[in-house]
Design a protein around this ligand. Sequence first.
Ligand SMILES: [Cu+2]
Length: 414
Amino acid sequence: MKRFYHVVAIPIRIVLNNFGDHNPDGMIYVLKENENHVRERVRKNPFTPVDLVQPLVIRANDGDTVEILFENQLPFATGMHFQEADYNVMDSDGANVGFNENTLVDCGEQICYQIKANHEGTFLFSDLGNPASSDNGSNINGLFGALFVEKRGSSWTDPETGKPFNSGLYADIHHPFLPSFREYAWIFHDEMPTQDLTGNRPINPVTNQDSESTHAINYRFEPLTNRHRLIEEAVVCPDCDGEEVHHDSWVFGDPATPILRGYVGDPAKIRLVHAGGKETHAFHYHVHQWFKDPQNTESEIIDSQAISPQAWYDVEPLYGLGSLQQAFGDGIIHCHLYPHFAAGMWGMNRIFNTLQDGSQCYPNGVPIQPLQPLPDRRKPPKPTEKNPGFPNFIPAKSVEKHQDPHLVLLAGVI
Ligand SMILES: [Cu+2]
């Protein structure tokens, strides 16, 4: 079938975390239908991350023809260049190469690209109009996204509302003959030019030098030095120390980086992409393991995957979310190169064991967004006073390190 998307490339301020680190010269692809909304939200929230400021992820099925009406609002010629897709280089290359037609467009102009989704997987797209690796390049400032191609006959819904939608990092994918699954975009990128709230490059408080380069996921990073400073300055949990609390939402609230949400046992697929241009990263997913090649059950079982610029992998955790032991709670996902991890390249997999319908709150009072159960799986039990489920099952105050779960068990609290 034919699918149609109207995409526009716009300049936008990208706020990368709740500490106010930002890129004032960000550039994104966004669906035209969301353009005014995203500009308005950023204007009203200049120092906090805005949900819609995210790498554009659109979807199609294997065999579909995808028509993109592309519009450029950046002050130089740009386009959309799709990797892996079938297309005619004379009209849909999104590039200006040799004697081919120039398929970039100048500011204020439009072009129609037509590409064929010829297999399942990730079709990374980016701008080849300004591929410089300097701070002025478009890719380093965020001008990339992905087309996810599903099995023929698939449909997709918003995990929060259960309704069909046109773009977004996370989706529930359904098929008439196959199990539904959670699909998560995890897009590494590096070196985005970043300023702190003062307009200067972020400073490492230990060395007083410029911080390490920004290593981000989906336009977000969560530097551990910032969190550490909150402890040192007694803003949170002055008695806390150690690696485990640095990632702990009990202490800090949630990071700005991706939180992949699901229920215990949900089948899941992480579309792991490296849209940056500089460094190899090591995707490491706690608790879970997967076949290196999900199509090949003879392939090695791994829990980490190195990924180089412009590459992609599918990560399909064996036994679904929580693995064989049906774990629930927060599991860290991070780049295993420790300087990158410390610079903020981490997020988490949040696995619930009770139904989240939007009526619950986290212990710090922040509402828990609803999460639709997958339609072909048994509905998780509703939280009760006796069995509130994660994250409300360990008594704690949000600014304290949580009690040792083993001691809680011994005391018969749960
Ligand atoms: Cu890394």
